[in-house]
Design a protein around this ligand. Structure first.
Ligand code: ADP
Length: 484
């Protein structure tokens, strides 16, 4: 670069550049450390004007402690020895306040190469230091939360070594904190975890929830079941993240739910035959006595028949639910006209229900390939629900729509009853799900019908769903694939 007099890069040019560097304080000193020049940036950062500071010892910008420890002299010595002295430390402003700065010191030489002083370039790094301190503080805070948590929580470094974990985590896997810190999680738990299952999940997804893992804790023979959630946490300016893992031991819950399942299964099996026998005896008595017995006897017999019918439906529903859960249901598909099945079921329901008006709105001869018995279960459940949960409304509308574009037939059942709140809609198709909206109406139910309907639709590869609003009614639908 041409610095000769008359060139565009004259001394003023360089001075202007120095003055414009607001974030950089640049000043020169003589050999004894007396300030000889001072740019605007230095004024901005340290608070002294050029007139105030020139002629003073540059030591004033160091902290008292650094002066006592001869830090300024060390900086000069290092600059002379190595050609530059670099340091990050607190410096002191004119008002006495301290700030974190990086300082770079160079020796200055005249044209005959005689040492004449030093230049110092100072940069205010307070904001960066604050951000770093905050990050360290936040990390410490997060670690103390993890360590004191009563839940099993684990922080893994990007290389899968254990960063920190709660006591509950060490207890869960029956391992000692000292034996595992800074070691690879999967090496520490090698004997307990099935190979790769969790590791693979972590490699594929940055975050996941409720990953089910079965493992054998050290020294214990019984298998345990965990739900693991994981989140990758990225730190500022770092491209690799740590993993935050939480563990929930659901072994006991699973055992209890299996025990409940077994009990329901056995009880329904055992009840099935006696209920069928009661029902047949009641039917025989009904036939024999209908014309001769008095009113009390016939009424009692009617009640026995109705209740045994309900019990039959209940036990077969429970047996069905167990069979679906165990995956023991196979479909028997056939071709049939959907509208014919819907009309048949509507007719059957109309025998026992005179209050509600069930209206089929579309006439279509569309044929579906499905398990007729199972689809009739879905339809019966949706239609009896529409009636049951519409104590004040009478109309129920049924649509059958052929969707050629998506190659499916949608059956929709609309009621104008009590409706279902949005928060209750999500879990509706789970086992034993009952909402709180039916409580004020005291409508009986078991919370199993929609679960079975959803399982039937799953086997058919069709969707089932609902849209609903409280006190406005509900629209349930299910889809069946169109015949190719
Ligand atoms: P059940 O009716 O025996 O309780 P279901 O599984 O058929 O069991 O239904 C689950 C729950 O969904 C019901 O308890 C009820 O709260 C709600 N529900 C189902 N259908 C309707 C509907 N048409 N209107 C309002 N709520 C409904």
């Amino acid at each position: 670069m041409d610095k000769s007099p008359g060139s565009q890069f004259n001394d003023d040019f360089y001075k202007n550049i120095l003055e414009s560097l607001e974030d950089y304080g640049v000043f020169t000193m003589d050999k004894s450390g007396i300030v000889t020049s001072w740019n605007k940036g230095a004024e901005h950062i340290l608070g002294y004007t050029e007139e105030e500071i020139c002629g003073q010892k540059a030591e004033v910008v160091f902290t008292e402690e650094d002066c006592r420890n001869n830090i300024p002299e060390h900086e000069f010595a290092e600059a002379l020895q190595k050609g530059r002295g670099l340091d990050e430390r607190y410096h002191q402003k004119k008002d006495g306040s301290l700030f974190w700065a990086s300082g770079l010191v160079f020796p200055l030489f005249d044209s005959d190469n005689h040492h004449i002083g030093f230049t110092k370039i100072l940069r205010n790094l307070s904001r960066r230091k604050e951000a770093e301190d905050e990050a360290v503080e936040a990390r410490r805070y997060a670690q103390s939360i993890v360590q004191t948590s009563r839940e099993p929580i684990l922080i893994l470094n990007p290389d899968l070594t254990i960063n920190s974990a709660s006591k509950a985590f060490f207890k869960l896997f029956n391992i000692a904190k000292e034996d595992s810190e800074n070691k690879n999680l999967f090496e520490v738990l090698e004997m307990q975890l099935p190979p790769n299952a969790l590791q693979e999940e972590m490699q594929h997804y940055d975050s996941f929830e409720n990953f089910e893992l079965r493992y054998l804790p050290k020294g214990i023979r019984e298998e345990r079941i965990l739900l693991i959630s994981c989140r990758k946490v990225f730190q500022t300016f770092k491209s690799v993240g740590q993993f935050l893992l939480t563990f929930e031991d659901i072994t006991l819950q699973e055992k209890l739910s299996q025990a409940k399942e077994d009990f329901i299964n056995v009880a329904s099996h055992e009840l099935k035959t006696p209920i069928a026998v009661i029902k047949s005896y009641a039917q025989i008595l009904n036939m024999e006595l209908r014309d001769t017995a008095d009113e009390l006897v016939t009424k009692t017999l009617d009640r026995i028949l109705v209740q045994s019918e309900k019990l039959t439906a209940l036990t077969s529903m429970l047996l069905d639910a167990s069979a679906f859960k165990a995956g023991n249901i196979n479909l028997k598909r056939e071709n049939f006209v959907l509208l014919a099945l819907v009309s048949e079921i509507v007719q059957e329901i109309n025998y026992s229900n005179t209050k509600h008006h069930l209206k089929i709105e579309d006439i279509t001869d569309v044929v579906v390939y499905a398990d007729k018995f199972r689809i009739s279960q879905v339809l019966t459940n949706l239609l009896t629900n529409a009636i049951k949960y519409s104590p004040e409304a009478e109309l129920i509308v049924i649509h059958i729509n052929v969707d050629e574009a998506n190659q499916k037939v949608r059956t929709t059942i609309i009621d104008y009853g009590i409706g279902i709140s949005p928060e209750n809609q999500a879990g509706l198709f789970k086992r034993f799900s009952r909402t709180d909206s039916e409580k004020p109406h005291k409508i009986e139910g078991f919370g199993m019908g929609l679960y079975i309907a959803a399982e039937i639709m799953k086997l058919h590869g069709g969707e089932i769903g609902v849209s609903s609003a409280i006190n406005e009614g509900s629209t349930f639908f299910f889809d069946l694939p169109l015949l190719p």
